[in-house]
Design a protein around this ligand. Sequence first.
Ligand SMILES: C[S@@+](CC[C@H](N)C(=O)[O-])C[C@H]1O[C@@H](n2cnc3c(N)ncnc32)[C@H](O)[C@@H]1O
Length: 329
Amino acid sequence: MYRFINLVSQDAPDSLASDISTGLSSPEKYIHHKYMYNAAGSELFERITQDPNYYPTHAETEILTRFSPEIAAQLADNTAIVELGSGSSVKTRHLLTAMVQHQGKTLFCPIDISGDFLQENVKRLSADYPDLDILGVIADYYVGLAALADEIRQPKLLLWLGSDIGHADPATAAMLLRDKMLPALRPGDKLLIGIDLKKAAEPIHRAYGCPGDNDPLRYEFNCNALRHINQKLDGNFVTDNFQRYCFYNETAGRLEIYLKSKVDQQVTLNTLDQTFVFKADELIRIHFAHKYDQNDILQLTQAAGLTLQHQWFDAKHWFSLNLLSVGAA
Ligand SMILES: C[S@@+](CC[C@H](N)C(=O)[O-])C[C@H]1O[C@@H](n2cnc3c(N)ncnc32)[C@H](O)[C@@H]1O
């Protein structure tokens, strides 16, 4: 059984327009990473996760395959799962299987901004899991979470996989957890968050196709933000005029991905009635992925006002899954 709430149509056009206008007018230009995702972007990301070099997906899959029954056993009876940025939910299926085995009928609420992709995913899940009651929420994370806060009266597990928490710097991530997520949760609710760990630059570079612009799949994925903006804001970005530039910044502990303008150029977004000037070699920041060590995770947890209840790791210790409690464990 499934149904949907679509909050994007009311919420997105204005926020996309103002986000893009602000980001491209800034002295150091940026585009929020979420604008890489529409149906085409979600498909491209799925293809990246199938690359053996993309260890975050494989390590997190290893953890969920092995430990999902143990995770399910740590949750209160009748726990609903709310997943932020669910994508294809391929990894989530391991936990859903364990939850259904553990407690029977389970409410699952995936939230994702990529609406068409979410709808297809929910239909497939519903066909494969008769014991799931699915409420698909097409929305930005925080809009979706706020809408669910009143809708769900039972205990909740907030699931945030893929180390998507790493898009923000650790201080901002703590603030997002504390100020934007906790208000949607109650004492006793839990969060299960995938966090990529600090490691040598080499496997990180291979995972993200860095350095340089020689990875066609990841280039297409990053350029999908430009195509998405062209489509939504009647723009004339020419993707061939940009190349990828990315590297692991060991000092800051983060992977950085930019689109670099190959030439002096101007881009007009007709819906905004704005033209943006790009100099040759000028960068647009498109994606940061912060990596954590154990101390960083403890600091994040403490700053967010959460309790770290349990952690699971893959065999190489490259990735962590962290169970956090609202209030005391
Ligand atoms: C990197 S993918 C991860 C997908 C999946 N969780 C995984 O671990 O493989 C990020 C997902 O989050 C969604 N997303 C990104 N930013 C979002 C936001 N602010 N609100 C809602 N969904 C978002 C994207 O559409 C995409 O499906």
